[in-house]
Design a protein around this ligand. Structure first.
Ligand code: NAP
Length: 256
């Protein structure tokens, strides 16, 4: 891996690491900023083809993945307290409870061994593979809204645990309130793994601090989703870090 650009006043990455992006340097490059009491940081992570597709012909993002992207995907999970994911992505991508593996385990010191997955759903329908118990894996929370109705919320409480359901908002999840609810549980390093509809709503909420975007060196054409979907919303971000690895470009973009 080689660093193409580093203009970062947020992380703890040192320029001396240029050209030597071993796991330790990579972890510093993607470190969350120091957070003050009660503050949280919302980072999103996506992969896109060169022509802007967020999924390949199988309807999943896995067909776009490269080795460098898989490494950073796993690292970002290890650095996070909670993985926020839309129910659509959780269903399509077959999400399970999260597990952190070597070489990233050391980043869990002083925290639960694995990050929590918080699945965002309007219907309150938790994908079954997330409800299922999994050895040596993180917790699951449902983040939903009034529209889900009592039956779905009660079912989720019985399945996931009484305290593992957050209800914020009416027709849709009020993401700003939901992020505050996560922070009040100590889940302040937030990693949103999409998908496009959740990413759009997160952008509209004004609470997106940072986008980690992998550009896969591939054209796929076809009719595929982009990394955002839904009504227009604009957020301007600045490049903080660009890394190249075997043709894959990995970047961190954050608020000015
Ligand atoms: N390239 C990448 O990095 C990447 C990352 C993630 C996903 N993807 C791709 O994106 C596609 C899926 O797209 P998608 O837009 O359907 O994904 P999504 O945003 O994960 O799922 C949409 C669903 O999430 C819930 N949701 C989202 N925002 C909500 C809000 N504000 N309030 C309440 N519920 C909310 C709703 O769930 P309910 O239906 O349960 O109400 C909604 O139907 C797949 O092809 C996947 O592979 C790509």
């Amino acid at each position: 891996m080689r660093v193409l650009l580093c203009d970062d006043d947020l992380g703890r990455w040192a320029p001396g690491h240029v050209g030597t992006m071993d796991p330790e340097a990579l972890a510093l490059a993607y470190a969350y900023p120091e957070l003050t009491e009660g503050q949280s940081w919302v980072r999103a992570n996506f992969i896109s083809s060169l022509d802007g597709a967020a999924a390949g012909d199988d309807g999943r993002s896995a067909s776009l993945n490269t080795g460098a992207d898989r490494d950073v995907f796993a690292l970002l999970r290890a650095l996070s307290d909670v993985i926020l994911v839309g129910a659509g992505t959780a269903r399509i991508e077959g999400y399970q409870r999260a597990t952190v593996r070597p070489p990233w385990l050391e980043h869990r010191a002083g925290r639960p061994a694995h990050p929590t997955v918080a699945v965002v759903s309007r219907s309150g329908d938790v994908p079954p593979q997330l409800s299922r118990a999994r050895d040596n894996a993180g917790e699951v929370l449902l983040v939903t809204c009034e529209r889900a109705g009592n039956e779905a919320v009660d079912l989720a409480r019985r399945t996931l645990g009484e305290g593992n359901v957050i209800v914020e908002g009416e027709a849709s999840v009020d993401l700003a309130s939901a992020l505050d609810a996560l922070a009040s549980r100590g889940l302040r390093r937030i990693l949103c793994e999409g998908g496009p509809h959740l990413m759009r709503d997160l952008t509209a909420s004004g609470r997106l601090d940072e986008l980690c975007l992998t550009l896969a060196p591939t054209l796929v054409a076809g009719d595929h989703p982009r990394i955002t979907a839904g009504a227009s919303v604009t957020a301007n971000l600045l490049p903080r870090l660009l890394i190249e690895s075997q043709g894959t470009i990995l970047g961190r973009w954050s608020r000015p």
